[in-house]
Design a binder for this molecule. Structure first.
Ligand SMILES: [Zn+2]
Length: 119
């Protein structure tokens, strides 16, 4: 199915240009730009942007595609939960992402705790 690379909409076979923006349609979008809830799963939430950004960078340098979703991008307000930022990875990467994050958090803790680790 052809997609518009700007609008991320899928159009019926045979459509050549996007009816909305006029962009030439492509056969498929790069996977990173397709954010469907069927394929992506939340593996981490935080109220600190920098923490989620840092994890995303680390995951990506480990070859795991990650996406950030913040409440600010969302259309539905969640009372009392306004500043939650979610980190999503593809379903097939969930397990490796979670163990990666565990490892990452351990490193964070041991950084703060370095003086206690001397044996
Ligand atoms: Zn378009």
């Amino acid at each position: 199915m052809p997609y518009c690379p700007n609008c991320k909409y899928e159009y019926v076979e045979g459509t050549l240009n996007c009816p909305d923006c006029g962009e030439k349609l492509v056969e498929s979008l790069p996977e990173e730009t397709l954010l469907s809830e069927d394929d992506w799963q939340v593996v981490y939430t935080s109220s600190f942007d920098y923490e989620v950004e840092m994890l995303k960078d680390n995951l990506e340098s480990a070859g795991i595609a990650a996406n950030i979703l913040s409440q600010r991008d969302s259309n539905f307000p969640a009372p009392g939960d306004l500043s939650i930022i979610k980190l999503l990875v593809k379903k097939e990467d969930v397990e490796s992402a979670i163990s990666f994050i565990e490892e990452f958090k351990k490193n964070l803790l041991s950084d703060n705790d370095e003086e206690n680790n001397i044996e």
